[in-house]
Design a protein around this ligand. Structure first.
Ligand code: PRX
Length: 656
């Protein structure tokens, strides 16, 4: 690419075609993609049935495809039976027993390799250990682990015996862990003594103890299995806690998979909403796995000799679909890294690419921006020629970061797949097929075959005018979609089908389509923050703030942030007097730490401004739009006369 193209960085409609080498070996070329779309459009359920038969191994073949009788609670393939762990491991043994399933690197540089045969043995042994502790099909098991192969082994072992896992991100606090365990009614917790991150030990077991032993604890938990990772001193409660290495002692490495119905819940994963407590997103076995397998093949183009590194933690959906399940379902090799991207320096990712000869690399825009800021000398110091495909997820990627990824990491050779999807959709939905489509920096391009995405107006009519924004919807049910919110069917319907007579799945994002029909995600339509590619409900942060004894009221908004996408800006009304000028660094530190303890470090407000009141309408509704404008430091130009307390604006802006 010449300098002309680089200079045109700010023009949004630049197009990048995949290079010919990539196209030649891609799993799907443009003609094949057109054929897939055609098939899906001509015979929607027939298309999905064929995919499900080809991509998955069934213990009992299904005869039914889509069941809409309880819409919007849809089910797929619901008289079929299979096992997810069998599909991810056993079925590859004949051909790939000695192939690496997992390459693991710890933060301190320790490395290990796990073949498919060994993974089979370790998953089976641990599955037998779970059974020995009384875990059976349908029981909930919470996993609160560092990013080590044992996290994946624990997930696969649950899947093997039909237990429903719920992974809680290791960065979440004891309180968040307790809420999730209790909402799921989990019988067992699997954790570790700690993990290594950022040169420190993450104290997982002590957080787990706090969750289980304080504020009412977790009455449903019977046992805690503790994986020894750091070997530092921790407390073990006799009768309840058992070391992983003791639990697997004398267990056989042979465990017949428990065949489950296609609709059997595979896992719950909690995610934030704009109101109320986090939602336990419930995924199915077959539909979910189908989406995971297909997208690892179509979008990440995984072939026999690919080494795939998706940097997401298993605590997020990306770490489920593109680490723990999808790549294994297609028999690929994955890389797992335990630690932080900047240990010992900002070259860690690139050093790992060189060392493990990573061919497909998938990360979040926030990481790309953070590493871009550190300078090109870090990536330039390593051989990145093994990479052939790059991916991003979690938020819209700004064209500047896209171009850096493209030129400095991809050396202008590698297509970039900007993948739009959600915890609820289970797998990529709107994304390029890398060997078959051109890309545009900042656009997630088009929906996959069989995914009917659209942008509609308030009445649910498709917006045909190019570049006009509207609601992003999926107009037909699809196999990998969430089945419900755990224990709350009503909230599921209210959240995802509140409009358009329940005809469309409402993603909660606004979007536009350009002249080429390419989607551009414009942001959330609700009060959900996107911090470093992770969703956080404003309401959760507000509840944490008001739970502090000094705080009377709080309102939280997102503010654009160079690296994190959005930073958290909180307005706080104290029970006592307002600090002079609306700023109090010491109190802010206290409240930040408090929120960190209540939810996790990711939710700490970046800035707090203190006021005597919040801007409210006469009906008492907080005007967040104004708070967002103030947070950005912009002038308020909109009409504020409907405010109950217009005078408060000067205070909120820090003018007095
Ligand atoms: O707003 C969209 C944004 O992240 C939301 C989903 O968040 P979560 O369930 O935490 O899953 C993140 C990983 C899949 C979406 O509603 N989002 C995700 N990917 C993109 C995106 N926004 C723009 N472009 C993307 N590629």
């Amino acid at each position: 690419m010449g300098s002309d193209n680089i200079e045109s960085i700010l023009i949004e409609n630049r197009q990048f075609a995949p290079n010919q080498d990539f196209v030649n070996r891609a799993r799907i070329n443009a003609d094949q993609l057109a054929a897939l779309h055609q098939q899906a459009n001509d015979d929607y359920t027939g298309f999905w049935a064929q995919q499900a038969r080809e991509a998955l191994d069934w213990h009992k073949p299904f005869t039914k495809i889509l069941n809409e009788s309880k819409a919007p609670h849809y089910s797929w393939f619901d008289d079929g039976e299979l096992n997810v762990s069998y599909n991810c491991i056993d079925r590859h043994l004949a051909k790939s027993a000695n192939k690496n399933a997992i390459i693991f690197e710890g933060e301190q540089g320790d490395t290990s390799y796990i073949t498919y045969q060994e993974l089979h043995s370790r998953v089976s042994t641990f599955a037998n250990a779970l059974k020995a502790k009384g875990i059976t099909s349908g029981d909930r098991v919470v996993i609160y682990m560092p990013m080590t192969p044992e996290a994946v082994i624990a997930m696969q072992a649950c899947a093997r015996i039909g237990a429903i896992h719920s992974v809680v991100f290791g960065g979440f606090s004891a309180e968040s862990l307790r809420d999730r365990i209790n909402d799921a009614g989990a019988k067992m917790l699997i954790t570790a003594d700690g993990g290594h991150r950022g040169g420190k030990i993450v104290e997982l077991k002590s957080a787990a103890d706090k969750a289980l032993d304080t504020s009412g604890g977790c009455p449903t938990i019977e046992n805690v299995i503790v994986y020894q990772r750091t070997a530092h001193n921790i407390a073990m409660q006799s009768g309840r806690d058992i070391w992983w290495h003791d639990a697997i002692k004398e267990q056989s490495n042979d465990c017949e998979p428990t065949w489950v119905n296609a609709e059997h819940p595979l896992f719950l994963l909690y995610t934030s909403g704009s109101t109320g407590k986090p939602k336990g997103i419930q995924h199915s076995s077959a539909g979910y796995l189908l989406g995971a397998a297909l997208t690892n093949s179509w979008v990440f183009d995984l072939n026999d000799n690919d080494i795939f590194w998706c940097t997401a933690d298993v605590g997020w959906i990306t770490g489920h679909t593109y680490v723990a399940y999808g790549p294994l379902a297609v028999g690929a090799t994955i890389v797992i890294y335990e630690g932080a991207p900047t240990v010992p320096d900002a070259g860690r990712f690139w050093k790992m690419v060189e060392r493990h000869k990573i061919t497909v690399f998938y990360t979040a825009p926030t990481a790309i921006r953070a590493l871009m800021k550190q300078g090109d000398e870090f990536p330039n110091a390593y051989d990145l020629s093994s990479i052939r495909l790059l991916g991003t997820v979690g938020e819209p990627i700004n064209p500047e970061a896209w171009m850096w990824y493209h030129t400095v990491i991809g050396k202008e050779r590698c297509p970039i797949v900007d993948t739009w999807w959600q915890t609820e959709t289970g797998c990529n939905m709107i994304t390029p097929i890398p060997g078959a489509m051109f890309t545009k920096p900042g656009s997630c391009t088009k929906a996959l075959p069989g995914i009917m995405a659209d942008v509609v107006d308030e009445d649910g009519n498709s917006i045909t005018e190019a570049n006009k924004g509207g609601y992003l919807v999926i107009t037909k049910p699809f196999p990998s979609m969430l089945r419900t919110i755990w224990g709350d069917d009503e909230r599921y319907v209210d959240t995802y089908y509140p409009k358009f007579d329940g005809r469309f799945y409402l993603a909660g994002d606004s979007a536009r389509k350009d002249e080429d029909g390419y989607f551009w995600i414009m942001g959330r339509i609700d009060d959900v923050l996107n911090v470093s590619g992770h969703r956080l409900g404003t309401m959760e942060v507000e509840s944490a703030l008001v739970a502090h004894e000094l705080v009377a009221e709080a309102a939280v908004v997102g503010k654009p942030h160079e690296i994190k996408g959005e930073s958290i800006f909180a307005y706080v009304v104290l029970k006592g007097e307002r600090p002079a000028g609306g700023v109090d660094d010491e109190l802010t530190k206290t409240l930040r730490d408090w929120v960190g303890e209540q939810i996790g470090a990711i939710a700490k407000p970046d800035e707090i401004r203190y006021a005597d009141n919040l801007p409210k309408t006469r009906s008492g509704k907080i005007m967040r739009r104004l708070l967002r404008t103030i947070a950005k430091g912009e002038e308020i130009t909109s009409d504020t006369s409907t405010l109950e307390n217009e005078a408060i604006l000067d205070q909120l802006q820090g003018k007095i």
